[in-house]
Design a protein around this ligand. Structure first.
Ligand code: PLP
Length: 482
């Protein structure tokens, strides 16, 4: 992989694509942004894109598609059964992920549902490097529990550890011995561990997990949603792979798993999802669930256009100039914020930049959702929509008590090939201003709180008039600038 250097010595991530279709976005006045916050219950999921300037909520389904992906959608083969589009997707999955059986599903969480329906029951325990919200919700919904087994370093914000997503191997074995292998339907490894800041695991760690899975005869499930980025960071950070390539690393990872599943919204910059395996037994165990929950076995709830775009997107995952674009913008922004002393998750990971609300809003207790408050405040002062990844994203326990998150993060997602560097600089500027005025940010409380996945639908309100005070300070400093 070659980095392009500037004669000036400046370290800038250089885009390796040109824009051919663009979408206009609007920066609405701060007064309107405040109204929008009240309308959306201070929950960034509830905002309307009409009011959003830079949408950094997620990279899920928001990566820019390539010309080849769009072109492929034109020759999609519309058929309920036996579509040629599905045959092309199967081939792409076999070529890229090295798995010959594919079960299509409408998105990543649908795969999580089917896997949980098939394997999880009351009393099951699923060890994982770290949970993802929907993965955990599906497991607990079927009566199972999860065990998160990261090393302590994973929770250190200001770290230089290259692989914070590594599974704690010693703890994994302890948990298996304690719980009994028969109660552990599978071990789940998540590539580029989303909720701790898009942090990868190493190939060596995955090999160690495989060895434990073999020792105790437990299935190993790999969440491949962010596989490309994890592979890219293995190429960059793991000595053994420094002269390797994306295809080799990706196959080496998927070879270690019995079952791979993915959100194609992330993995292949398209829509949809899939479950892939080389085991005919696993395929048979899941097969009947696809028509039951998703759709026939050759479309799984997806349109054939999505399927075509997914196939092309999978092949594009092998091109490191495409995969590196988002991580290199993230690295740039992390380094610029870090130079100013603004607490961000380090080292820079994938998916987005993660602001550490626990430190930035240390005056707000976890019961008042510091990350949710910071996300709302940032939207107010910039029109940038980030996502709360902290206690608001957690479920209450069975007695209705809050389960406070290990980390309170605001994720500013940087989808692939969507933003320009000047937009990234704008984010840096407004985050800096907000950091300098962080004392004005106050907490939030729920006024509508659904019991499951409350962060999606919940509505909150500020504990006092802090948003008005923040707006007044913004006006003082920026005058009539948007
Ligand atoms: C690691 C991971 N797994 C699973 C999912 C769920 O996928 P989907 O949103 O397609 O349902 C996501 C979504 O963001 C994810 O990041």
């Amino acid at each position: 992989m070659q980095e392009i250097k500037f004669y000036s010595g400046e370290k800038l991530p250089l885009e390796q694509h040109k824009a051919r279709i663009v979408q206009k976005i609007n920066l609405v006045p701060i007064e309107r942004r405040l109204e929008a916050l009240y309308e959306g219950g201070f929950n960034t999921f509830q905002l309307n894109t009409r009011d959003v300037f830079l949408d950094m909520l997620t990279d899920s389904g928001t990566n820019a598609m390539s010309d080849n992906q769009l072109a492929s959608m034109m020759h999609a083969d519309d058929a309920y059964a036996g579509s040629q589009s599905f045959i092309r997707l199967q081939k792409a999955v076999e070529d890229v992920l090295g798995k010959k059986y594919l079960l299509p599903v409408h998105q990543g969480r649908a795969a999580e549902n089917l896997i949980s329906v098939a394997y999880v029951k009351k009393g099951s325990l699923v060890p994982m490097n770290y949970h993802f919200t929907t993965a955990m919700a599906h497991i607990t919904d079927k009566g199972g529990q999860i065990a998160e087994l990261l090393y302590d370093e994973a929770y250190v914000v200001n770290s230089s550890h290259p692989f914070k997503g590594n599974m704690n191997i010693e703890k994994l074995e302890e948990v298996i011995i304690q719980k009994g292998a028969k109660n552990i339907p599978f071990i789940r490894m998540e590539a580029s561990t989303n909720l701790i800041g898009g942090q990868p695991f190493s190939m060596q760690n995955l090999r160690d997990v495989r060895a434990i899975a073999d020792k105790y005869q437990i299935r190993l499930v790999l969440d491949c949603s962010l596989l490309g980025e994890n592979a890219f960071l293995i190429l960059e950070r793991e000595e053994e792979f420094k002269d390797s390539d994306m295809g080799t690393v990706i196959k080496a990872m998927t070879d270690l798993a019995d079952l791979c599943y993915f959100s194609a919204r992330k993995l292949s910059s398209s829509r949809g999802g899939g479950i892939a395996t080389n085991s005919i037994e696993i395929y048979r165990e899941l097969e009947a669930l696809v028509p039951l929950y998703e759709g026939f076995l050759t479309y799984g709830g997806m349109s054939v256009r999505e399927i075509e775009a997914m196939a092309v997107g999978l092949y594009e995952t092998l091109d490191d100039s495409i995969i590196r674009q988002s991580p290199s913008f993230i690295k740039y922004l992390v380094e610029e914020l870090d130079k100013k002393g603004i607490p961000v998750i380090k080292p820079a990971g994938v998916l987005g930049v993660h602001l550490d609300a626990m430190q930035i809003c240390s005056h707000i207790p976890q019961s008042r959702y510091p990350a949710g408050s910071l996300a709302a405040a940032l939207f107010l002062v910039s029109g940038v929509r980030g996502m709360e990844r902290g206690s608001m994203s957690n479920q209450r326990d069975e007695y209705g008590n809050e389960t406070f998150a290990d980390m309170e993060l605001v994720r500013l997602a940087i989808p692939r090939r969507v933003f320009t560097l000047s937009q990234i600089k704008y984010v840096e500027d407004r985050v800096t201003w907000l950091y300098e005025n962080r004392g004005l940010i106050g907490g939030l409380k729920f006024n509508y709180e659904p019991p499951v996945l409350r962060f999606f639908m919940g509505k909150l309100e500020p504990v006092n008039n802090w948003p008005q005070k923040l707006l007044a300070k913004f006006k003082e400093d920026f005058g009539d600038s948007l």
